[in-house]
Design a protein around this ligand. Structure first.
Ligand SMILES: O=C(O)CCC(=O)C(=O)O
Length: 197
Protein backbone atom coordinates (compact mmCIF):
# COMPACT_ATOMS: atom_id res chain seq x y z
CA UNK A 1 0.00 0.00 0.00
CA UNK A 2 1.46 3.36 -1.01
CA UNK A 3 1.42 6.51 1.11
CA UNK A 4 2.20 4.78 4.41
CA UNK A 5 5.88 5.46 5.16
CA UNK A 6 7.21 3.31 8.01
CA UNK A 7 4.45 0.72 7.49
CA UNK A 8 4.20 -2.51 5.56
CA UNK A 9 0.55 -2.91 4.56
CA UNK A 10 -0.94 -5.06 1.80
CA UNK A 11 -4.55 -4.81 0.69
CA UNK A 12 -6.44 -7.01 -1.77
CA UNK A 13 -9.98 -5.85 -2.49
CA UNK A 14 -11.32 -9.20 -3.81
CA UNK A 15 -9.41 -11.80 -1.84
CA UNK A 16 -12.45 -14.08 -1.84
CA UNK A 17 -15.54 -13.98 -4.04
CA UNK A 18 -18.71 -12.23 -2.91
CA UNK A 19 -20.90 -15.36 -2.63
CA UNK A 20 -18.38 -17.07 -0.35
CA UNK A 21 -17.98 -13.87 1.71
CA UNK A 22 -21.76 -13.57 2.15
CA UNK A 23 -22.11 -17.25 3.09
CA UNK A 24 -19.28 -17.06 5.63
CA UNK A 25 -20.73 -13.84 7.11
CA UNK A 26 -24.14 -15.45 7.69
CA UNK A 27 -22.67 -18.64 9.15
CA UNK A 28 -20.34 -16.74 11.48
CA UNK A 29 -23.19 -14.69 12.96
CA UNK A 30 -24.43 -18.01 14.37
CA UNK A 31 -21.34 -18.66 16.52
CA UNK A 32 -22.34 -19.09 20.15
CA UNK A 33 -19.19 -17.47 21.53
CA UNK A 34 -19.87 -13.78 20.67
CA UNK A 35 -19.70 -11.35 23.60
CA UNK A 36 -19.18 -7.62 24.13
CA UNK A 37 -15.86 -6.98 25.86
CA UNK A 38 -15.54 -4.51 28.73
CA UNK A 39 -12.52 -2.23 28.84
CA UNK A 40 -11.54 -0.42 31.98
CA UNK A 41 -10.57 3.25 31.55
CA UNK A 42 -9.55 5.38 34.53
CA UNK A 43 -10.99 2.67 36.77
CA UNK A 44 -14.42 2.73 35.06
CA UNK A 45 -15.80 -0.17 33.01
CA UNK A 46 -16.80 0.56 29.40
CA UNK A 47 -18.76 -2.05 27.48
CA UNK A 48 -17.56 -1.96 23.88
CA UNK A 49 -20.05 -1.49 21.04
CA UNK A 50 -18.83 -4.46 19.02
CA UNK A 51 -19.16 -8.15 19.71
CA UNK A 52 -16.02 -10.25 19.62
CA UNK A 53 -15.19 -13.96 19.59
CA UNK A 54 -11.74 -15.46 19.79
CA UNK A 55 -10.21 -18.86 19.10
CA UNK A 56 -6.74 -20.32 19.66
CA UNK A 57 -5.15 -23.32 17.97
CA UNK A 58 -3.70 -24.66 21.20
CA UNK A 59 -5.44 -24.61 24.62
CA UNK A 60 -2.18 -23.48 26.29
CA UNK A 61 -2.27 -20.13 24.50
CA UNK A 62 -4.04 -16.96 25.48
CA UNK A 63 -4.61 -13.54 23.99
CA UNK A 64 -4.49 -9.93 25.14
CA UNK A 65 -5.55 -6.73 23.39
CA UNK A 66 -4.71 -3.26 24.64
CA UNK A 67 -3.60 -4.91 27.85
CA UNK A 68 -6.92 -6.73 28.39
CA UNK A 69 -7.43 -10.46 28.32
CA UNK A 70 -9.80 -11.85 25.75
CA UNK A 71 -11.97 -14.93 26.39
CA UNK A 72 -10.47 -17.56 24.14
CA UNK A 73 -12.13 -20.69 22.80
CA UNK A 74 -10.66 -23.95 21.63
CA UNK A 75 -10.87 -25.84 19.32
CA UNK A 76 -11.70 -23.89 16.17
CA UNK A 77 -15.11 -24.80 14.72
CA UNK A 78 -14.87 -26.39 11.23
CA UNK A 79 -15.88 -23.17 9.41
CA UNK A 80 -13.09 -21.17 11.05
CA UNK A 81 -10.61 -23.97 10.24
CA UNK A 82 -11.68 -23.69 6.60
CA UNK A 83 -11.39 -19.90 6.51
CA UNK A 84 -8.02 -19.85 8.27
CA UNK A 85 -6.71 -22.58 5.93
CA UNK A 86 -7.78 -20.51 2.91
CA UNK A 87 -6.00 -17.39 4.21
CA UNK A 88 -2.86 -19.29 5.33
CA UNK A 89 -2.48 -21.18 2.07
CA UNK A 90 -2.86 -18.05 -0.03
CA UNK A 91 -0.40 -16.04 2.10
CA UNK A 92 2.02 -18.85 2.95
CA UNK A 93 1.82 -17.86 6.65
CA UNK A 94 0.49 -19.97 9.54
CA UNK A 95 -1.65 -18.46 12.29
CA UNK A 96 -2.29 -19.54 15.88
CA UNK A 97 -5.16 -17.30 16.78
CA UNK A 98 -8.18 -15.52 15.34
CA UNK A 99 -10.12 -12.60 16.79
CA UNK A 100 -13.49 -11.90 15.20
CA UNK A 101 -15.10 -8.47 15.43
CA UNK A 102 -18.80 -8.08 14.60
CA UNK A 103 -19.96 -4.56 13.72
CA UNK A 104 -23.73 -5.05 13.60
CA UNK A 105 -24.27 -1.72 11.83
CA UNK A 106 -22.45 1.55 11.19
CA UNK A 107 -22.93 2.79 14.76
CA UNK A 108 -20.46 0.12 15.92
CA UNK A 109 -16.82 1.11 15.65
CA UNK A 110 -13.32 0.56 16.97
CA UNK A 111 -11.33 3.61 18.07
CA UNK A 112 -7.76 4.53 17.14
CA UNK A 113 -5.32 1.98 18.51
CA UNK A 114 -2.18 -0.01 17.81
CA UNK A 115 -1.94 -3.78 17.87
CA UNK A 116 0.90 -6.13 18.75
CA UNK A 117 3.76 -6.41 16.33
CA UNK A 118 3.09 -9.82 14.80
CA UNK A 119 1.74 -10.19 11.28
CA UNK A 120 -2.01 -9.47 11.28
CA UNK A 121 -4.15 -10.62 8.36
CA UNK A 122 -7.66 -9.22 8.47
CA UNK A 123 -10.45 -10.63 6.31
CA UNK A 124 -13.56 -8.46 5.90
CA UNK A 125 -17.04 -9.95 5.36
CA UNK A 126 -20.29 -8.04 4.89
CA UNK A 127 -20.76 -4.26 4.80
CA UNK A 128 -18.02 -2.06 3.38
CA UNK A 129 -16.42 0.04 6.11
CA UNK A 130 -13.88 2.85 6.08
CA UNK A 131 -10.45 2.07 7.53
CA UNK A 132 -8.30 4.98 8.68
CA UNK A 133 -4.60 4.93 9.50
CA UNK A 134 -3.18 7.76 11.60
CA UNK A 135 0.51 8.56 12.08
CA UNK A 136 1.54 7.57 15.63
CA UNK A 137 2.58 10.58 17.71
CA UNK A 138 5.29 10.35 20.32
CA UNK A 139 6.15 13.42 22.45
CA UNK A 140 4.04 15.55 20.10
CA UNK A 141 5.95 14.41 17.01
CA UNK A 142 5.10 11.93 14.31
CA UNK A 143 7.31 8.85 14.51
CA UNK A 144 7.68 9.00 10.73
CA UNK A 145 8.37 12.37 9.10
CA UNK A 146 5.90 13.13 6.30
CA UNK A 147 3.30 10.54 7.36
CA UNK A 148 -0.28 11.70 6.69
CA UNK A 149 -3.69 10.26 7.60
CA UNK A 150 -4.76 7.67 5.03
CA UNK A 151 -8.23 6.18 4.58
CA UNK A 152 -9.79 3.67 2.26
CA UNK A 153 -12.78 1.31 2.11
CA UNK A 154 -12.46 -2.33 3.16
CA UNK A 155 -14.63 -4.32 0.75
CA UNK A 156 -16.69 -7.50 1.28
CA UNK A 157 -14.19 -10.38 0.86
CA UNK A 158 -11.11 -8.14 1.10
CA UNK A 159 -7.87 -8.92 2.93
CA UNK A 160 -5.65 -6.44 4.75
CA UNK A 161 -2.21 -7.48 6.03
CA UNK A 162 -0.19 -5.33 8.46
CA UNK A 163 3.33 -6.31 9.37
CA UNK A 164 6.87 -5.01 9.95
CA UNK A 165 6.98 -1.66 11.78
CA UNK A 166 3.36 -0.74 11.01
CA UNK A 167 2.21 -0.84 14.65
CA UNK A 168 5.30 1.08 15.81
CA UNK A 169 4.53 4.02 13.55
CA UNK A 170 0.78 4.01 12.93
CA UNK A 171 -2.60 3.70 14.68
CA UNK A 172 -5.74 2.47 12.96
CA UNK A 173 -9.50 2.69 13.45
CA UNK A 174 -12.88 1.77 11.95
CA UNK A 175 -14.95 4.93 12.56
CA UNK A 176 -18.71 5.18 13.03
CA UNK A 177 -20.70 5.48 9.79
CA UNK A 178 -24.28 5.90 11.04
CA UNK A 179 -25.88 5.54 7.57
CA UNK A 180 -24.64 1.95 7.21
CA UNK A 181 -27.40 -0.48 8.24
CA UNK A 182 -25.74 -3.77 7.31
CA UNK A 183 -23.32 -5.70 9.49
CA UNK A 184 -19.64 -6.50 8.99
CA UNK A 185 -17.43 -9.18 10.50
CA UNK A 186 -13.64 -8.95 10.45
CA UNK A 187 -11.48 -11.99 11.15
CA UNK A 188 -8.08 -10.97 12.45
CA UNK A 189 -5.58 -13.81 12.16
CA UNK A 190 -2.46 -13.49 14.26
CA UNK A 191 0.62 -15.40 15.14
CA UNK A 192 0.33 -14.00 18.65
CA UNK A 193 0.35 -15.68 21.76
CA UNK A 194 3.47 -16.24 23.61
CA UNK A 195 2.01 -15.84 27.08
CA UNK A 196 0.92 -18.99 28.88
CA UNK A 197 -2.38 -18.94 30.77
O1 LIG B 1 -12.27 -4.77 12.07
C1 LIG B 1 -11.19 -4.43 11.61
O2 LIG B 1 -10.93 -4.47 10.41
C2 LIG B 1 -10.12 -3.90 12.53
C3 LIG B 1 -10.05 -4.65 13.82
C4 LIG B 1 -8.95 -4.19 14.72
O3 LIG B 1 -8.34 -3.17 14.51
C5 LIG B 1 -8.61 -4.99 15.91
O4 LIG B 1 -9.27 -6.01 16.18
O5 LIG B 1 -7.65 -4.62 16.61
Amino acid sequence: MKGLPGATVFYQHEFIDEDTANRWYTQLTELETWYRPTLSMCGKPYVQSRYIASYVKSPSLNARYSGHSVKVNHPYPPLLEEIQRTVSERLGVGFEHVLLNWYQDGSVHIGKHRDSKEVIASLSLGAKRTFIMHPYMSNGEKKVVGAEVKRWVLGNGSLLVMQGDTQENWKHEIPKEPKIEEGRISLNFRQLVHQKR
